[in-house]
Design a protein around this ligand. Structure first.
Ligand SMILES: NC(=O)c1ccc[n+]([C@@H]2O[C@H](COP(=O)([O-])OP(=O)(O)OC[C@H]3O[C@@H](n4cnc5c(N)ncnc54)[C@H](O)[C@@H]3O)[C@@H](O)[C@H]2O)c1
Ligand SMILES: O=C(O)C(=O)C[C@]1(C(=O)O)C=C[C@@H](O)C=C1
Length: 361
């Protein structure tokens, strides 16, 4: 692929454009909001404005409800050889494109399973998709050339292609993306009117569970409007679990030993099922999860601290597999948790201590 047009230069469009530009593709940027396109260009994602002729691939990265209109318009104007969208739902946009009489041979519905709770080009990063699944939903009508262009795009973004049928994709993301978004919002919503004294105690657990509750509501209304049934089905099952959990908790408060035992059994059941589900989440690059060892290092909130730790770990010859930061409320310090292969943990601890870092036992 030599040339691409990205329509919608928000978080996802700009991240794609940055990755493509970094690998030598000439990228043209377009957005209904010119400031968004100009910002993306200033970040090095490409150039604003139309291409001199048809590009190889047009990537439509606008909200789900706008996909059919924007992609159909680009097709009518002959802006590219192939067209793909990256919306979080796949069945709805495809049906809308068909209803509008668009050419489904040069269109391919795709969905990168990577994102952030922030929107817009300034939240974009070139490495957003590295090692992440990227769903493709080809049909027998899809042109092989367009499928190949999409596979090339995914390879250039260093993501992992996964082929699925559109409606099966929508049922799957109802479980692994759309319901988690709502549950995160529901937990965070409990804090909206909570007592300040309680909120001050927020630790890492609630931060992990509510990160995506900061997401842009308008985008999610669009996504959920295009996938209401499957999400409602998963939430109905969750509601059943919730009812049983409440019943078990009430039993735990009973004066009767047998009832308390039943309650404890019910709670243990949900916690153990949670352990099993969590253990199934794939690790980096889609591998099965590895049990990493964690080395927790105290850092102060000063520029360059993280870079210094990474450089020291690099000099120790230790590969950091994953990283998490635990901020302490109201303090200018926190812990950075470095996840490493278990056999590397002792060496990393020794080297970092030797370089003056405080390691939490
Ligand atoms: N945010 C995520 O985590 C995530 C992950 C994977 C896929 N997606 C999908 O990617 C798409 C973009 O999401 P985002 O998070 O980048 O949103 P965003 O709000 O950051 O960016 C969307 C951009 O589209 C532009 N836009 C809206 N209507 C337009 C139109 N008619 N013509 C041209 N530009 C238009 C907006 O001005 C904005 O710059 C959505 O379809 C979303 O479902 C999002
Ligand atoms: O990590 C996040 O912030 C996301 O919300 C990413 C996430 C997800 O649920 O995994 C959200 C919606 C997208 O369609 C794809 C990815």
């Amino acid at each position: 692929m030599r040339t691409a047009l990205v329509i919608g230069t928000g978080l996802i469009g700009t991240s794609i454009a940055l990755a493509l530009t970094a690998r030598g593709v000439t990228v043209h940027l377009q957005d209904r909001d010119h400031d968004q396109a100009r910002t993306a260009a200033s970040l090095g994602a490409g150039t604003v404005g139309p291409a001199p002729g048809a590009v190889d691939l047009a990537v439509v990265a606008v909200p789900p409800a706008r996909i059919a209109e924007v992609l159909g318009d680009a097709q009518r104007r002959g802006l590219a050889r192939g067209y793909l969208d990256v919306a979080s739902v796949k069945g709805g946009p495809r049906r809308e494109l068909a209803d509008r009489g668009c050419d489904l041979r040069t269109y391919l519905g795709t969905h990168p399973m990577a994102g952030r709770e922030r929107s817009g080009p300034t939240a974009a990063t070139a490495d957003l998709f590295e090692g992440r699944p990227w769903v493709l939903t080809p049909t027998p009508d899809t042109d092989t050339e367009v499928l190949n262009l999409a596979l090339e795009l995914i390879a250039l973004c260093r993501a992992v292609p996964v082929v699925m049928e559109a409606d099966a994709h929508d049922r799957a993301v109802a479980l692994v993306s759309h319901t988690p978004q709502l549950l995160s919002s529901l937990v965070a919503a409990r804090l909206a009117d909570a007592d300040d004294t309680a909120v001050r105690l927020c630790g890492q657990g609630i931060r992990d569970v509510t990160r995506i509750a900061a997401s842009e509501p308008r985008m999610w209304i669009d996504i959920l409007s295009a996938n209401p049934g499957p999400v409602a089905d998963v939430l109905t099952a969750v509601a059943g679990d919730l009812e049983e959990t409440v019943r078990a908790l009430r039993s735990l408060a009973s004066a009767d030993d047998a009832k308390r035992g039943e309650g404890a059994g019910g709670i243990e059941d949900v916690l153990r099922r949670g352990n099993s589900g969590r253990a199934r989440i794939p690790g980096k690059h889609g591998q099965t999860p590895t049990a990493y060892a964690t080395v927790a290092v105290l850092i102060s909130d000063r520029p360059g601290e993280l870079a210094r730790i990474f450089a020291d770990a690099g000099q120790a010859g230790v590969n950091i597999e994953d990283v998490r930061i635990e901020h302490a409320t109201g303090q200018q310090a926190g812990h950075v948790q470095l996840m490493v292969e278990p056999q590397a943990a002792d060496r990393l601890t020794e080297v970092l201590r030797g370089r003056g870092w405080a390691i939490r036992a």
